[in-house]
Design a binder for this molecule. Structure first.
Ligand SMILES: NC(=O)c1ccc[n+]([C@@H]2O[C@H](COP(=O)([O-])OP(=O)(O)OC[C@H]3O[C@@H](n4cnc5c(N)ncnc54)[C@H](O)[C@@H]3O)[C@@H](O)[C@H]2O)c1
Length: 409
């Protein structure tokens, strides 16, 4: 197969994972031609190392696009608020794009990306790598084939732990807005965005309109003293009447494997991030798969290359992520503000070099709420605050928190 010439924008932070993947695939699937990184001083050693291996360096990504017109695709691993302007600009200049998740923060921005992708005929794939594992692909196939009958509900649970350093790593971490731009950085848009995206992909696979959120009710909280949420419970009712529940926290005492439970009229399934799938059909048949470790980042690159040169279907084209952005915007619209968990309901403690924040009893709270498909306020959690269902039909613009400034990144 032809090798794809690529350029990367943003090399530190998550860019390091991209560089590792690129190194693994170099020569077989891709040729690393160029990269852009705005912060030379901080990344001097890595920039010089990459240059010495033959990749051309640009401070300004626009100059990279101007000078490297023969790239087959560009990878954008930059802060969330730069995704939309960069993806739009790259496609308008004729490049295909592998864009980090989330595709954008707002519905107006993802619509712009989808529109430009259609107009230019350029591919924009979103690096939601959890769409690419064998267990998830198998589950999507089963749902598409109708093997669970009509889908009734999907429940996603993600209980993770993050320390203070996580919020210090970049200036937009944990913010609602950064430099006048929306970031809405939290479980929904960042670390556990994969879970929400996968829930809605499954719902979409079941029937027309299955994944399109029609009404969202969300309760958003933070245990860490940040602006945005680090703990969420969200109820989404889709156009097809499927109930999608999403429960997440970054204030759990330990890191647990996120999972999805699916229920249909003719069967049910359990899928998790460790590439495990268990299905049970109403006729008594059961199947269990453990596909073991897969490099999901490698999957996304190979899929991008094969989609360009062999017309393989993308795991995560930008248009299927619109439901995710709609649900995310609906969640922030549904509650007046992100609620702070009171001091007496959190534990902040030093663990070795790090400082961690836990919400007391958060595991039990999420387990109870998710097993009953209720929001935290509906099971009587003392700090929980009720919010209102938000209708999304005809919803085209997110403009909470005083709107967005004009200047871009
Ligand atoms: N797929 C995943 O599982 C996963 C995991 C973590 C992060 N991410 C995503 O990766 C992206 C980057 O996150 P991060 O934490 O690395 O962010 P970051 O703030 O550390 O920025 C990443 C890099 O982009 C560079 N950069 C910023 N503006 C630039 C510009 N105009 N031109 C060139 N380079 C520029 C920064 O200097 C930095 O090196 C985010 O979208 C995040 O959501 C994805």
């Amino acid at each position: 197969m032809k090798v794809a010439r690529i350029g990367l924008v943003g090399i530190s932070g998550f860019g390091k994972t991209h560089l590792k993947t690129i190194q693994k695939l170099e020569g077989r699937y891709i040729e690393f031609k160029a990269f852009s990184e705005i912060n030379y001083e901080k990344n001097k050693d890595e920039i010089e190392r990459l240059k010495s291996k033959g990749a051309r360096y640009y401070v300004d990504y626009q100059e990279m696009l101007d000078k490297e017109s023969d790239l087959d695709f560009v990878v954008l691993s930059t802060p969330i608020h730069l995704h939309s302007p960069m993806a739009v600009h790259a496609m308008e200049k004729g490049f295909n794009v592998l864009l980090e998740k989330p595709p954008s923060v707002t519905i107006q921005d993802v619509d712009k990306i989808i529109d430009v992708s259609k107009k230019t005929g350029r591919i924009c794939a979103v690096d939601f790598q959890n769409t690419s594992g064998k267990a998830f692909r198998r589950l999507v196939d089963y749902v598409t084939e109708g093997r669970f009958g009509r889908l009734k509900s999907l429940v996603g649970v993600g209980k993770w732990k993050r320390d203070e350093a996580y919020y210090q790593r970049t200036p937009w971490a944990g913010k609602l807005k950064f430099n006048g731009h929306y970031v809405l950085d939290g479980t929904i848009n960042n670390p556990l965005s994969h879970l929400l995206n996968n829930l809605l992909i499954l719902a979409a696979a079941s029937t027309d309109g299955g994944g399109v959120p029609e009404e969202v009710t969300a309760e958003l909280y933070h245990g860490h003293r940040i602006e945005s949420e680090d703990t969420a419970c969200v109820r989404i009712i889709t156009q097809a009447g499927i109930e999608v529940m999403y429960y997440t926290t970054l204030c759990n005492p330990q890191q647990e494997t996120p999972f999805i439970l699916l229920k249909g009229t003719e069967g049910e399934a359990y899928w998790d991030y460790s590439n495990v799938l268990k299905v049970k059909f109403s006729d008594g048949n059961e199947e269990s798969f453990n596909f073991g470790y897969e490099d999901l980042f490698e999957n996304m690159y190979v899929n991008m290359v094969k989609s360009l040169f062999e017309r393989e279907q993308l795991y995560c084209p930008v248009d299927i992520t619109r439901n995710f952005v709609l649900a995310s915007n609906g969640a922030f619209e549904s509650c007046d503000s992100v609620v702070e968990i009171p001091d007496d309901c959190i534990i902040v403690q030093r663990e070795g070099e790090s400082v961690v924040t836990y919400i007391k009893d958060i595991e039990e709270i999420i387990d109870k709420a998710s097993s009953e498909k209720k929001l935290f306020s509906e099971i009587g959690v003392s700090w929980a605050v009720r919010s209102k269902p938000f209708k999304l039909s005809g919803y085209r613009e997110f403009r909470k928190y005083g709107g967005e400034g004009d200047s871009r990144g």
